[in-house]
Design a protein around this ligand. Structure first.
Ligand SMILES: Cc1ncc(COP(=O)(O)O)c(C=O)c1O
Length: 477
């Protein structure tokens, strides 16, 4: 069997989930007995049991002793979605560096339950294959690779990146790609090429705290746009902003915004691009989660729509393959000379060996297989985490329902302060990301982000439930 193809129990689990989604199986309805379903699908009873158990773990089914499996009444998704954000309609200086540094320090503490940092568990990545590719390159050609790479980075890697862009509809030359030190440097290069100190940049609210940090370092102001947990930024709000203020650039996630999980539908993306073009405002997009989608198709990034001339695309392999290799890239057209100039100024070039190893891995075809596996895993993790939240967090808690990535955004009753909860959680050995680090105006004090990037185990399950209990306790104080 193809190692990447779903197992038979996963296929059955998907089928049952689909039947529940379209209403063929209703909440509370009993599923066929294991014997019956195994006969219907020509599978063994143990395979059927595996499917039912998987759905039980996901909170889709409940098992009743001596009776069988039933469709759960409280399926994941039963909690309401977080509210659409309503940031202040004015640009603000960003001052976030201190709190981000503290969070990162705790998130790196391996003794804590790791719900704080959005990094994929190294056990889920293709570490051995990458190790081998890196070791082979060092052994056979180490001296030759101990040089400054070509200005834009290793050609073979850029060719592989260009081939992947071609798949989602963007024809690009390797000359229009610069390899960077992660997506962080890609975003910094794009911003430094398009803005001046003091300029205003339009962003999502909430947004990734690393972006806020970069805005702060570059002396840029943030204008936070209202953002819906499903459909992303409010295009009408952007239109109002552009009609009244000078905006140097707009920075948006291509899909699965961190932390909210939102994705602007394709029609909205096109509308937004036309609007930005009318006002001659460039778009910088961050597509770091794009490959980790749960639906049938990868959402198209902005650069693949409306010609892409006004767009600077940033991404990296940090969420899907190798956070420690620090390999990302920026892709754009006319702005390229400015980007290359700044790359020289920031870091000259990126290290060669990690690029060679990644190019080797991508050429071997292993990446797609790996992606199929981690997509299923992260989707599963998010479902388990949602179930644990449903079972343990205070009434009125809302949770995001992302179609990709591996983080959840949790909105608690307004009275709760997730800064205080953060301290309680650290004492209990749990790390999470408090909501206010995701906003330039330090909003979202009653929200938090949980990462589900680690292999699911009892410690993580119990950590989420314990956090729910701490939130309940804080509420009743
Ligand atoms: C949305 C987003 N962009 C960029 C980054 C940073 O990426 P890199 O590690 O490749 O610099 C992260 C990491 O958490 C992220 O979530």
């Amino acid at each position: 069997m193809n190692a990447s193809a779903p197992h038979r129990y996963e296929r059955l689990a998907d089928l049952i989930t689909g039947m529940i989604e379209v209403g063929t199986l209703a909440p509370g309805e009993r599923l066929p007995s294991l014997r019956n379903i195994s006969e219907q699908h020509d599978i063994s009873v143990s395979t059927a049991l595996q499917a039912y158990r998987l759905l039980e773990d996901r909170g889709v089914l409940v098992a009743r002793p001596q009776s069988g499996f039933y469709v759960s009444h409280a399926r994941p998704g039963a909690l309401a979605l977080p509210s659409r954000s309503r940031p202040p309609a004015k640009a603000a200086n960003v001052s976030i560096a201190g709190v981000v540094a503290t969070l990162l320090e705790h998130a790196a503490d391996t003794t804590l339950v790791p719900l704080g940092c959005a990094v994929p568990d190294s056990a889920l990545l293709e570490a051995h294959r990458l190790d081998r590719a890196l070791a082979h390159a060092a052994r056979t050609n180490g001296t030759a690779y101990n040089v400054y790479s070509a200005p834009r980075g290793e050609l073979r890697l850029r060719q592989e990146i260009a081939k992947r862009a071609m798949r989602w509809g963007h024809a690009v030359s390797p000359e229009d790609i610069v390899v960077t030190s992660g997506c962080t440097e890609a975003l910094a290069l794009a911003l430094a090429s398009l803005t001046e100190h003091g300029d205003t940049v339009a962003i999502e609210s909430p947004t990734y705290f690393g972006l806020l940090h970069t805005l702060e370092v570059l002396g840029l102001k943030a204008f936070e746009l209202p953002t819906d947990p499903t459909s992303g930024v409010d295009v009408a709000a952007l239109e109002r902003l552009l009609a009244t203020e000078t905006v140097a650039a707009c920075v948006l996630s291509s899909s699965f915004n961190n932390p909210l999980g939102s994705t602007i539908p394709e029609a909205g993306k096109r509308q937004l691009l036309r609007l930005l073009e009318t006002h001659a405002v460039p778009l910088i997009e961050d597509d770091i989660y794009g490959d980790i989608y749960f639906g049938r198709e990868r959402p198209k990034p902005f650069i693949a729509l409306e010609g892409g001339a006004n767009t600077v695309y940033c991404s990296s392999f940090s969420k899907s393959l190798a956070p420690g290799y620090r390999v990302g890239w920026v892709m754009t057209g006319a702005l390229m000379p400015r980007i290359v100039e700044r790359k020289f100024g920031f870091s000259l070039t990126s290290a060669v060996l990690p690029q060679v190893a990644l190019a080797e891995f991508l050429t071997s075809g292993g990446y797609d297989q790996h992606l199929r596996r981690i997509r299923r895993l992260f989707q599963d993790n998010l479902a388990r985490m949602t179930s644990a939240i449903e079972a343990s967090f205070p009434a009125g808690t809302r949770v995001s329902r992302p179609d990709g990535g591996f983080v959840l955004w949790v909105e608690l009753p307004k009275r709760l302060d997730t800064r205080a909860l953060f301290d309680d959680a650290l004492e209990a050995g749990i790390c999470f990301a408090p909501g206010d680090v995701f906003s330039a105006s330090r909003r979202f004090r009653h929200c938090l982000r949980l990462s589900a990037g680690h292999v699911w185990n009892t410690s993580i399950d119990e950590g989420v439930r314990k956090l729910g209990a701490l939130a309940q306790a804080a509420l009743s104080r």
